[in-house]
Design a protein around this ligand. Structure first.
Ligand code: 5GP
Ligand code: ZN
Length: 114
């Protein structure tokens, strides 16, 4: 999508601290980190919200999750714990309308989230 910030990052049109890339996804550091580790896993294809993702994208969603867990392991979070979050729509805190997983770690988290 032409003026989507995450499409632009995926196309390298605007800079980001990339930590991983493959055919389907990019992962980069969040610009406003909420924890010592805050990495975003973003598909290269544009879907505004999780509501827009159909069953045919089951593989992509699984891949995004596995990329998040692999980065968690690379960053040494697999023993202490981490959180993988997707916000869907404004009511849940979504602010960028291109789906993404947040990988958060390096501190303790409370539940329920705010
Ligand atoms: P959401 O609120 O949609 O769940 O998460 C969007 C995330 O994207 C936020 O944590 C925000 O800090 C991050 N973000 C927004 N714009 C940019 C950007 O231009 N670069 C990077 N690296 N992160 C961004
Ligand atoms: Zn996009």
């Amino acid at each position: 999508m032409a003026d989507c910030i995450f499409c632009k990052i995926a196309r390298k049109e605007i800079p980001a601290k990339l930590v991983y890339e493959d055919r389907q996804v990019v992962a980069f550091e969040d610009i406003n980190p909420q924890a010592p580790v805050h990495t975003l896993v973003v598909p290269k294809s544009h879907f505004p919200t999780l509501n827009d993702v159909g069953a045919e994208e089951e593989g992509l969603l699984g891949h995004m999750t596995l990329v998040a867990t692999r980065i968690a392991k690379d960053k040494g979070l697999h023993a202490t714990g981490y959180r993988v979050v997707a916000n869907c729509l404004e009511g849940a805190g979504q602010s960028v309308f291109h789906i993404h997983l947040h990988l958060l770690g390096g501190r303790r988290f409370t539940w329920p989230p705010g």
